[in-house]
Design a protein around this ligand. Structure first.
Ligand code: HEC
Ligand code: HEC
Length: 201
């Protein structure tokens, strides 16, 4: 009889323990889930803003789907068709640096400029033109397609000279649809909350 009640107590306390433990685990998982859902909503919402800038002519003109840069607010093919080349800096007599200096040349229709003006290289073209929000978010978040950038380097990329040029593009060129500060805020919010891609294709 004594033995039986001892075993009974052990069984009861074990099952109480299991129930308590599963409650704790369950609670923890569901709390994390709530966080994840909140972060992905914040992140995706910020990327909607980022995407508007990426596909605006000041950025997209250097991120074309083909191997020739684009020009103007209507993103037409660059006059005289300079080619990307292996390193993105042009080929033969049509090197970008022959015409594009480290600062804008004054006057309308004159070459814009910033240090090291060039396209992404042939082995990692970083195309924006024609990309859906989903595909572009995936591309930029992935070091295999973003120029080997980790999270920290991606955050720092908002300070890149070619990115900043977008807000000082020279005479006759419209600005991106967000201010630079708004862009940087959306960019950081997207990345710091998990760099989620909007759903869809
Ligand atoms: C022969 C001179 C020349 C060469 C070489 C050249 N460009 Fe240009 N580029 C220009 C001129 C001039 C403009 C300005 C056209 C205008 O505003 O109407 C321009 C404009 C641009 C624009 C448009 C900017 C905008 O947002 O509208 C981009 C992008 C560009 N060039 C990229 C390149 C790249 C990349 C290379 C090298 C692969 C290159 N260019 C080679 C002369 C040149
Ligand atoms: C003169 C050409 C040029 C202009 C203008 C330009 N970029 Fe780029 N961009 C590049 C090059 C070259 C690289 C690759 C070099 C690197 O990774 O640092 C790049 C890389 C990037 C990347 C990483 C690409 C990826 O697919 O992961 C982002 C993001 C980016 N640019 C954003 C912008 C934004 C935003 C603007 C406009 C405000 C802009 N760029 C304007 C040339 C340009």
């Amino acid at each position: 009889m004594k033995r039986f009640s001892k075993a009974f107590i052990i069984v009861v306390s074990l099952s109480v323990g299991i129930v308590l433990m599963s409650f704790v685990i369950d609670n923890e998982v569901s709390t994390n889930k709530n966080f994840a859902i909140k972060d992905s909503v914040t992140s995706v919402k910020a990327f909607h803003e980022v995407y508007k800038v990426l596909l605006s002519p000041r950025c997209m003109n250097c991120h074309p789907s083909g191997d020739i840069p684009l020009q103007g607010d209507d993103s037409h093919a660059h006059a005289m068709l300079p080619k990307r080349g292996v390193d993105g800096k042009g080929v033969y007599a049509m090197k970008c640096g022959n015409c594009h200096q480290s600062a804008n040349t004054e006057g309308s229709g004159r070459p814009p400029g910033a240090p090291n003006w060039h396209l992404p290289p042939a082995n990692m073209k970083m195309v924006f033109q024609g990309k859906s929000e989903h595909d572009l978010a995936k591309q930029i978040a992935n070091p295999k397609t973003n120029g080997n950038k980790n999270l920290k380097q991606l955050i720092a990329h908002a300070e890149d000279g070619l990115v900043k040029w977008g807000w000082e593009p020279g005479e006759g060129r419209t600005l991106p649809p967000l201010t630079y500060d708004e862009f940087k805020k959306a960019w950081n919010t997207w990345l710091e909350n998990g760099a989620y891609a909007p759903s869809g294709k």
